[in-house]
Design a protein around this ligand. Structure first.
Ligand code: NDP
Length: 283
């Protein structure tokens, strides 16, 4: 029976670290600030934005939520980003995704100042991560890595398999695991013999977007299974891993909810504090 990796516990541990950083910045007269832009009425996005706002306020990060109507034009959104790029009180800018279809998401995200890009999606931050000069790293994969480290799970020399090659999760996860000396395979929808490939993994990361996709036939006995998936099924949140099936085989496993999700929010606070340090030339 697998050890359950409790994301809330590890998120609290990381939060303590961020609180120390925020206090240190405040003692220098710097209050880190995060601006979140939400366009439209997507109910899940609204919940996420509220959670981010509350998390900031709870640890003394200045939080600004900008709500724009579904009908907002790309020009209006870009004008807001320019304003925030020039606002000294704002150290981090996050555009909540998905954006309405009439807006070019990639172009919009590229206009965020790289030093304020707390999502770590700007090509400059992506490039820095690729060459091992990490600046602002995407929150979800970075949170997974921090959890593995805090849980004392060895990464060096291990075989890791990531299912999913998105820019948000799979690819940055690849870089972070490789930097820590894992031997990493990135699988995707065209990968052949996927269960067999996955059964090689000491660390298996599922970032697919398909509910309960990973079953015990994908898991090597004793492997660590990280479930990044968030899927809504019949009003309930389920992961990409069939938790009940895989926990019988895995050595450690994250639940959904209560696994990777809480880490993502806390890493956003971590990145906001880091962005404040970068902008104030403190690192
Ligand atoms: P994407 O849809 O961008 O990527 C999904 C990846 O899964 C793609 O690379 C795709 O392959 C691969 N895939 C799809 N079907 C299969 C298959 N049958 N076999 C193998 N690979 C497959 O998703 P994201 O990376 O953005 O998100 C993944 C999951 O993580 C989602 O459930 C999302 O909600 C969740 N998520 C959770 C976060 C959190 O805070 N916990 C944050 C971000 C995401 P291909 O490239 O070939 O199409």
């Amino acid at each position: 029976m697998a050890e359950i990796l409790d994301g809330k516990f590890y998120a609290c541990e990381i939060l303590k670290e961020v609180e120390v950083e925020v206090a240190a910045l405040k003692s220098r007269g710097i209050t880190p600030g995060l601006a979140v832009i939400i366009v439209g009425e997507n109910p899940a996005s609204k919940v996420y934005v509220n959670r981010k706002h509350e998390a900031c306020e709870a640890i003394g990060i200045y939080s600004l939520v900008i709500r724009m109507p579904e009908s907002a034009t790309e020009e209006e959104l870009l004008a807001k980003i320019t304003e925030l790029n020039n606002d000294n009180k704002v150290n981090g800018i996050l555009v909540q995704l998905p954006l309405p279809k009439h807006i070019n998401t990639e172009y919009v995200l590229d206009q965020i100042c790289p030093d304020k890009d707390v999502d770590g999606f700007h090509p400059m931050n992506v490039g820095e991560l690729g060459i091992g000069r990490n600046r602002l790293v995407p929150c979800t994969p970075y949170g997974c890595i921090k959890m593995l480290e805090l849980a004392g799970i060895e990464i060096k020399g291990k075989k890791a398999v990531i299912i999913g090659r998105s820019n948000i999760v799979g690819k940055p996860m690849f870089n972070l695991l490789l930097q820590r000396d894992a031997t990493v395979t990135v699988a995707h929808s065209k990968t052949q013999n996927l269960p067999e490939v996955c059964r090689e993994a000491d660390i298996l990361v599922a970032a697919i977007g398909k509910p309960k996709f990973v079953t015990r036939e994908y898991v090597k006995p004793g492997a660590v299974v990280i479930d990044v998936g968030i899927n809504r099924v019949d009003g309930k949140i389920v992961g990409d891993v069939d938790f009940d099936d895989c926990k019988e085989v895995a050595g450690a496993i994250t639940p959904v909810p209560g696994g990777v999700g809480p880490l993502t929010i806390v890493m956003l606070l971590f990145n906001t504090a880091k962005a404040a340090k970068i902008q104030n030339k403190l690192m």
